[in-house]
Design a protein around this ligand. Structure first.
Ligand SMILES: Nc1ncnc2c1ncn2[C@@H]1O[C@H](COP(=O)(O)OP(=O)(O)OP(=O)(O)O)[C@@H](O)[C@H]1O
Length: 297
């Protein structure tokens, strides 16, 4: 079983301060951390930690951040041989300010914008060797659509995590195997006219809506709503919970698990990730997830 992520690779530059600055104000920060991130890279790390063979497809700049991020992926067990290092373009950066009650985030896509059709054509042969591909919305939209088209044409399963939220064309919605928005993203994708239950019933065994501390929901082909309640977690940091859920769900689907089993494992993995600091730092191994599932059965 071989899995792939086509997506973003970012360095998160996180400053902690008493509060976020007001307009035009200069504030003294407390600490500065460089933390590997990007939804694509985070999800690939989640999959590798769960023991999957995962290839990361994406781009970084020819700078120090790019080198560090590729090394970080390798150390996590992700295959990086097809990541393109783009000359003269900065690696994707997220500038994050964390105040006591608030945060601000500015993302500079940088090399993530170079994940274009031409790049995808250059890695097509390797991509087609994968059983499943996981995508997010931090690379150009036309690339996401192109990957969905060429992979589904060949019968390769595609999981699309539409984060950050932006509309998805109906034909892309029809083609993807699974679509995994959180509640906020689902509202932007589908509007607020339908209830969550109605929406799930419209897209049985396709739409998976994550609901934070409430858990995750989907619908069976029979029309029965499937609600997987969240495990009670001692939450330290929810950053990366969605990425863990997506990575874990994709790995389980690739193994041929049914939607309910896949969601149960992914839901446990995601809740465990909230109990440690950092997105990638908190992601559990398969052993940790299985142990926890046995404990609360
Ligand atoms: N407080 C929590 N307690 C237990 N599990 C949680 C909690 N928050 C999130 N989770 C788990 O993480 C999954 C994803 O959370 P959520 O729906 O908030 O996605 P998200 O907004 O993409 O997450 P994030 O952006 O914080 O990574 C949930 O479906 C659940 O399994």
């Amino acid at each position: 079983m071989k899995t792939a992520v086509v997506g973003s690779i970012n360095m998160d530059m996180t400053v902690t301060a008493e509060r976020i600055p007001l307009k035009g104000e200069t504030l003294k920060g407390d600490e500065l951390h460089y933390i590997p991130g990007g939804k694509g890279a985070n999800q690939a790390v989640a999959m590798a930690k769960l023991g999957a063979e995962v290839e990361m497809f994406g781009c970084v700049g020819d700078d120090e951040a790019g080198q560090k991020l590729v090394k970080n992926l390798q150390e996590a067990g992700v295959s990086t041989g097809h990541i393109r290092i783009v000359k003269g373009v900065p690696t994707g950066i997220a500038l994050i300010t964390v105040g006591e009650n608030d945060n601000t985030i500015i993302v500079v896509a940088g090399a993530n914008n170079c994940v274009d059709k031409e790049y995808v054509d250059s890695i097509k042969e390797e991509l087609f060797q994968c059983d499943i591909v996981l995508l997010q919305h931090e690379i150009p939209q036309e690339t996401v659509e192109y990957v969905v088209d060429i992979c589904t044409e060949r019968g390769i399963k595609v999981v699309l995590n539409p984060a950050p939220a932006r509309p998805v064309k109906q034909e892309i919605l029809e083609k993807v195997t699974y679509l995994t928005p959180n509640e906020h993203e689902a509202a932007i994708l589908f509007g607020n006219d339908c209830s969550t239950e109605e929406l799930l019933k419209k897209y049985p065994e396709k739409l998976v809506i994550t609901q934070g501390s409430k858990g995750v929901a989907a619908c069976r082909k029979t029309g029965e709503i499937l609600l997987v309640p969240a495990r009670k977690a001692d939450v330290v940091d929810t950053t990366g919970a969605g990425d863990t859920l997506n990575g874990a769900f994709t790995v389980e689907v690739a193994k041929g698990r049914d939607i309910e089993s896949a969601l149960k494992l992914a839901n446990t993995a995601a809740s465990l990730s909230t109990e440690k600091f950092g997105a990638q730092g908190g992601m559990p191994t398969l052993e940790e997830v299985i142990k926890e599932m046995k404990a609360y059965k």
